[in-house]
Design a protein around this ligand. Structure first.
Ligand code: CO8
Length: 258
């Protein structure tokens, strides 16, 4: 497997696990880390033996944001012409589901990275926030958009304008995270969730993710039409035949993932 400097990459059965690993900088997201996370995630996405991804950080920090020391001298022409941060968008275009397992700080780019994932599990120690305003900037990989869609304008506006952090309970109440788990169980729970997803029919999981995400991109009528087309298409898969036969025969399905 490829050697990485800022992340750890492991296979756990049908789950691809990416652990952000810059502990001294609280997993600050520098260019190297961005390149590595995107490359590892795309490798897993292409791998037929992998059905779901997990992205996690450390106990203290999922990620404390973009690397402030790296970016402080950036100038407009270069960042604009180089489409700096553009590669993060590729993470949002992965076809397989991604679980974010967040403990500790998920700030700025860290919160945005978690929101680029599909299922967001929080340890009871998680702290979310978009504190960019305190640095004289604003979020740059979708924070102002995804946070607002997730928790609504009032709360998003307050968090973004003041830079206040929100704990796991508030984040769950607000709809940012799907579930809170004790910090000690976070990785086990995230892997178990990802394994559950990876054991489903892969075409159905990809269709499911695409369909839920479509809800953010289109009108209700178009979204329902999109879902109906994929629903019909699911009947072209061997997994649909197997899933329904297994139900009728009162046994567990054995999906071919084709
Ligand atoms: N960038 C670079 N280094 C960092 C960052 C960061 N974002 N966060 C922490 N570090 C470093 C510290 O400088 C320190 O290094 P050193 O030991 O060499 O001094 C080390 O990590 C430990 O940090 P602290 O000593 O500050 O630890 P504390 O426990 O006292 O505080 C905090 C933890 C509250 C998380 C604090 O470190 C902090 O406020 N960090 C910055 C948070 C922040 O402002 N994040 C937003 C950054 S801007 C951003 O994300 C822009 C988004 C746009 C695009 C995103 C692309 C990925």
């Amino acid at each position: 497997m490829t050697e990485y400097e800022t992340i750890l990459v492991e296979r756990r059965g049908r789950v691809g696990l990416i652990t952000l690993n810059r502990p001294k900088a609280l997993n600050a997201l520098n260019t190297r880390l961005m390149t590595e996370v995107v490359a590892a995630a795309k490798d897993f996405d292409r791998d037929p033996e992998i059905g779901c991804l997990v992205i996690t950080g450390s106990e203290k920090a999922f990620a404390a944001g973009a690397d402030i020391k790296e970016m402080q001298d950036n100038r407009f022409p270069e960042v604009y012409l180089d489409d700096w941060l553009g590669p993060w968008d590729e993470l949002g275009r992965l076809r397989k589901p991604v679980v974010a397992a967040v403990a500790g700080y998920a700030l700025g780019g860290g919160c945005e990275l978690a929101m680029l994932c599909d299922i967001l599990l929080a340890a009871d120690t998680a702290q979310f926030g978009q504190p960019e305003i305190k640095l004289g900037v604003i979020p740059g990989i979708g924070g102002s958009q995804r946070l607002t869609r997730a928790i609504g304008k009032a709360k998003a506006m307050e968090l973004c304008l003041t830079g206040r952090m929100m704990g796991a309970e508030e984040a769950e109440r607000a709809g940012l995270v799907s579930r809170i788990v004790p910090a000690a169980d976070l990785l086990t729970e995230a892997l178990a969730t990802a394994e559950k997803v990876a054991a489903m029919s892969a075409p159905a999981a990809v269709m499911m993710k695409e369909s839920v995400n479509r809800a953010f991109e289109t009108t209700l009528a178009e979204g329902v039409r999109f879902e109906r087309r994929l629903f019909h298409a699911a009947f072209a898969t061997a997994d649909q035949k197997e899933g329904m036969a297994a139900f009728a025969e009162k046994r567990k399905p054995s999906f071919q993932n084709r």
